[in-house]
Design a protein around this ligand. Structure first.
Ligand SMILES: NC(=O)c1ccc[n+]([C@@H]2O[C@H](COP(=O)([O-])OP(=O)(O)OC[C@H]3O[C@@H](n4cnc5c(N)ncnc54)[C@H](O)[C@@H]3O)[C@@H](O)[C@H]2O)c1
Length: 348
């Protein structure tokens, strides 16, 4: 029996608590302690989950012998936390978007790599079996050469005026639909095709928020000729849960996929994959991989199991700091493109 891997959690809000319940239940892992400034949260966790707590991450990093940490704080706090974690030479899983600019992203990517530390970011769609399966089909050439794509994300995150309260209401804290939601839609594009070379026609608009965008639309281009569009709306009450939709049109067919299923239209039948000419329907139950338990979707368990396997066995990391830094470069292009279009509109 190997010694349990000891993890600490920094930030125990919605995602910190999700990851706590998963990590603590994985074989050979124990969550040593959790740090969060909220007294309510640390009192509840101490009382009902019987886990050690700290009111700040410095106390946790000083007071515990750890192998790794899960960083689940609002992203504006992450640079100072990641510097401190690096100083302690700990492996790290960090929630997306990880940091708020590409320069910080690149700095942490190279510092953690040079220190030989596992660095993983929580772009969880990369562990969803529908997305991993269909990505492989595209790579295998099932729909021929990809020509156009469409990446969409919808959620009911901000469906009324909630004023300026909370970190999601300002870009400085990592809020807004670009950092929070579009980052997932960009990551899905990057997961299928790598980072796009440029963006154009970006429009960021408000529905309820005062300081940040609620709707994001843009076009994305590759030097190879591949191009696509992205549409993200976090004020869409017609969706109960965050939902990603991805479509690829290729020379030999088309695929439409979300977290639960895929529709594939083929010009010709494909025997290897058991798919017929015309429309085919795949469900997540047709392709799902095995995880020991289900919390909020197989993908959340699978991504932490991979983090542990990367620490223990050197399993390659599916979404590194460098991958997330590339997404931040696209995010910076979106903000710059939207600002340039607004300036041109005002000058006209
Ligand atoms: N991958 C996903 O599906 C997904 C979903 C939701 C959120 N997220 C990401 O997870 C991160 C956290 O989001 P959330 O929804 O859990 O937010 P949240 O507001 O629910 O929780 C954040 C927690 O961090 C704590 N905190 C603040 N400053 C801290 C500090 N200096 N040290 C320790 N704790 C501190 C807060 O008290 C709070 O409990 C964000 O980056 C967000 O984008 C990812």
């Amino acid at each position: 029996m190997t010694t349990p891997l000891k993890l600490g959690i920094i930030g125990a809000g919605r995602m910190g608590i999700t990851h706590f319940s998963i990590a603590n239940a994985l074989d050979g892992v124990s969550v040593a302690s959790v740090a969060d400034p909220s007294k309510l949260i640390t009192t509840m966790l101490g009382k009902y989950a019987k886990v050690g707590t700290y009111k700040d991450y410095k106390g946790l990093l000083k007071g515990e012998e750890l192998d790794g940490v899960l960083v689940c704080t609002p992203p504006a706090f992450n640079p100072e936390i990641l510097d401190a974690v690096l100083e302690r030479r700990l492996h790290v899983f960090c929630e997306k978007p990880f940091v708020l600019n590409a320069a910080d992203g690149a700095r942490f990517a190279s510092a953690y790599d040079q220190a030989g530390l596992v660095n993983q970011v929580g772009y969880v769609n990369r562990w969803n079996d529908m997305f991993t399966h269909t990505r492989q089909l595209v790579e295998d050439g099932l729909i021929g050469a990809p020509l156009r794509f469409r990446s969409e994300m919808f959620s009911p995150t901000i469906i009324r005026d909630v004023g300026d309260a909370g970190w999601r209401a300002s870009h400085a804290n990592g809020g807004g639909a670009v950092f929070e939601m579009a980052s997932h839609a960009i990551d899905l594009i990057a997961y299928f095709f790598g980072a796009p070379d440029r963006v154009g026609g970006t429009s960021l608009s408000k529905v309820y928020s005062k300081q940040v965008e609620d709707i994001v639309s843009t076009s994305l281009f590759y030097d190879s000729g591949l191009a696509g569009t992205m549409y993200v709306n976090w004020s869409d009450a017609s969706f109960r849960k965050p939902t990603n939709k991805f479509e690829v049109f290729g020379s030999e067919g088309k695929l439409q996929v979300d977290q639960h299923g895929a529709k594939i239209h083929l010009k010709e039948a494909n025997e290897k994959h058991g798919l017929k000419e015309g429309w085919n329907q795949l469900y997540i139950t047709d392709v799902h991989s095995s995880v020991p338990f289900y919390v909020r979707g197989i993908e959340y368990t699978a991504q932490l199991a991979d983090f542990v396997a990367s620490i223990r066995e050197g399993k390659p990391v599916r979404c590194t700091f460098a991958d997330a830094a590339a997404n931040l470069r696209v995010i910076e292009q979106l903000f710059a493109d939207d600002a340039a279009i607004r300036r041109a509109g005002a000058a006209a």
